[in-house]
Design a protein around this ligand. Structure first.
Ligand code: FNR
Length: 341
């Protein structure tokens, strides 16, 4: 497969449909229930118009951002997504190599099919670890310690999944892990804990040696509690429209949360980011950086590490173009005024 056939992040999905099993494709592409939120994530971004400035020197576009002590080349991270071996035989190793080639930070899912140790051994860019807390809190503690031992630079605790959403498309294809593919850090018949509360956030922070972020915040009141609880960052996310259908698009929730957080901690956002202009819009409305989920899975399915790197490079290049064309040479220059009101 020639990754140069991937022209943008929508094309990569089409190309991937021919290269994935129907089961893997449905697993990645589907949203919860009637997929309203899945569509809204995109539609709400599309509806926002950009307000440009001209005659600005954009000869030096600077996309660098500093996040929790890390200097990133550009503000686009690989979102945690599970089961990469269902998408490509090299699984998470290919994802990590693609992240390395594209200078991107990779957030490894708790449901990785590859042991964290092996991912860490090929990674050349920083890794974060996405944590699902299990009923067995001692097991969770051991997993956090393993993530730290493997050099993960932050813990991204997913808080929007006490139960999985209604996944009708996955039901139709009887989604199941193919023979021989395992999740080494999660028990087979793993049930996500339904009893995760703010007490657990305190407990995690009591022993975690790396910064803790909460992923899956949509309500400003929760953002406020999170900041007061001392977390180091917030990820505004609706799980890519996969959990509770009819919650709002993340780009709609973002400005309310940014207002409440008022720069006390960094804010990340994901859900429907497919174009460089989407990244500009998210930053304008209060995000320090964004994450991308499904297109990475599709890039992985098409071309392994090269496919992952290609997806990231396209989005990075589009971001640079969008900054030049809106008259914003640095990320700090991107503020609310870039949104047409
Ligand atoms: C996810 N997501 C996710 N989130 C998480 O915290 N832990 C996980 O294991 C997974 N697994 C997962 C698998 C697949 C196939 C997808 C598509 C998504 C959610 C993910 O981190 C992110 O929030 C969304 O994917 C972002 O939206 P887009 O970019 O896919 O539109």
């Amino acid at each position: 497969f020639d990754v140069n056939n991937i022209i943008n992040l929508f094309d990569v999905e089409k190309l991937a449909t021919e290269r994935m099993t129907p089961m893997a494709y449905e697993y990645v592409a589907s949203g919860a229930a009637d997929e309203f939120t899945l569509r809204w994530n995109r539609q709400a971004l599309d509806t926002l118009r950009l307000n440009t400035r001209v005659l600005v020197d954009v000869s030096q576009i600077d996309t660098r951002v500093s996040l929790l002590g890390l200097d990133l080349a550009y503000p686009i991270l690989i979102a945690p997504t599970a089961y990469h071996k269902t998408m490509h035989p090299e699984g998470e190793l290919a994802t990590a190599r693609g992240a390395g080639a594209a200078e991107a930070l990779y957030v490894v899912s708790s449901f990785t099919n590859t042991p964290l140790r092996d991912i860490a051994s090929v990674a050349t860019q920083p890794l974060w670890f996405q944590l699902y807390v299990s009923d067995d809190r001692e097991r969770t503690k051991a997993l956090v310690q393993e993530a730290e031992a493997q050099g993960c630079r932050a813990l991204c605790v997913t808080v929007d999944t006490p139960v999985a959403g209604v996944r009708n498309r996955q039901q139709r294809v009887n989604f199941a892990m193919p023979e021989g593919i395992t999740t080494p850090h999660m028990a087979d018949a793993f049930a996500l804990t339904k009893s995760l509360t703010w007490t657990d956030v305190d407990w995690l922070q009591s022993f975690a040696k790396i910064p803790v972020l909460l992923k899956g915040i949509l309500n400003p009141d929760d953002a406020e509690i999170a900041v007061k609880a001392g977390v180091c960052g917030i990820v505004v996310s609706n799980h890519g429209g996969r959990n509770l259908d009819t919650v709002p698009a993340t780009i709609e929730a973002l400005p309310r949360i940014a207002e409440r957080v008022n720069k006390r901690v960094p804010i990340l956002m994901d859900g429907g980011i497919r174009r460089g202009t989407d990244v500009v819009k998210a930053i304008a409305l209060g995000a320090n950086a964004v994450l991308v989920g499904k297109p990475i899975c599709f890039g992985l399915a098409c071309g392994g590490a090269d496919g992952v790197a290609k997806v990231l490079t396209i989005l990075r290049t589009e971001l640079e173009l969008a900054m030049a064309l809106t008259g914003k040479a640095t990320l700090a220059d991107i503020d609310e005024s870039v949104i047409w009101r």
